[in-house]
Design a binder for this molecule. Structure first.
Ligand code: CTP
Ligand code: MG
Length: 229
């Protein structure tokens, strides 16, 4: 089934501590965002890509899209001050597919197989998000003192992509806006309107490039994949 993907790319990458948007930093000589876009460019099930950007980066991004022959980005929309607003800026475009994915520009290692599992699940249940089992022991703390150990078996670390029937995600965003609710992912917005969200098991290498050492992990993932072919 065909889908459209919304890619929020309008952040500033503060935790990366670089002198510019982390999505413009290069991994193996190619900007992070281009790595991400290429996954969707190559996936036949992806109909189009809606990109939320910062206005001051428009020109640079347009020339990168041209240089790397990314053809599915039909529109660069102006993002907002929070990730949720950036996603929303793309979500009410006309002529969206029945299914929409939201995927962070900062997760360039997503596997097409995971995308397709999410699309399939969202088609059936309305909402599906990528997640992995937690490996570390989790404890709740107050200040620097442990209050309790959390049962790890019931914990999942949630990633993107997150896939939704488009009308459901639009509704969830409208309700969140009316309530002035700000979530850290789309799933939260859908959960709070009472819709069940399925989790699809994804991969540990679907990391979000967030802090400087993630660039080292990212280079290692690319090197490994190049060796494996
Ligand atoms: N994003 C966005 N609009 C914002 C904030 C974030 O489109 N106002 C995007 C980022 O560009 C990124 C994704 O949302 O692709 C996930 O956000 P995050 O990893 O937090 O990136 P930044 O917000 O850029 O980084 P930081 O929080 O460290 O500043
Ligand atoms: Mg952020």
């Amino acid at each position: 089934m065909q889908y459209d993907v919304i890619i929020p790319a309008a952040g500033s990458g503060k935790r990366m501590g670089a002198d510019r948007n982390k999505l413009l930093l290069e991994l193996s000589g190619k900007p992070v965002l281009i790595h991400t876009l290429e996954v969707f460019e190559k996936d036949d099930a992806c109909r189009r890509i809606l990109l939320a950007i910062k206005e001051e980066e428009r020109q640079e991004l347009e020339s990168l899209l041209h240089h790397y022959a990314i053809t599915k980005v039909t529109k660069l929309l102006t993002g907002g001050s929070e990730r949720q607003y950036s996603v929303k800026s793309c979500l009410f475009e006309s002529d969206l597919s029945e299914l929409v994915l939201v995927h962070d520009g900062a997760r360039p290692f997503i596997h097409t197989e995971t995308i397709h599992k999410l699309v399939q699940q969202a088609r059936v249940s309305g909402a599906a998000v990528a997640g992995v089992k937690v490996k570390d022991t989790l404890k709740r703390v107050e200040g620097s003192t442990i209050v309790e150990t959390v049962d790890r078996e019931s914990m999942v670390a949630i990633q993107t992509p997150q896939a939704f029937q488009t009308k459901l995600l639009q509704k969830a965003h409208e309700v969140a806006a009316a309530d002035h609710f700000l979530g850290t992912d789309e799933s939260m917005l859908v959960e709070r309107i009472g819709t069940a969200v399925s989790v699809v098991e994804a991969s540990y290498d679907n990391i979000k490039l967030t802090t400087p050492e993630d660039l080292l992990f990212g280079e290692a993932i690319l090197r490994y994949r190049a060796q494996e072919g």
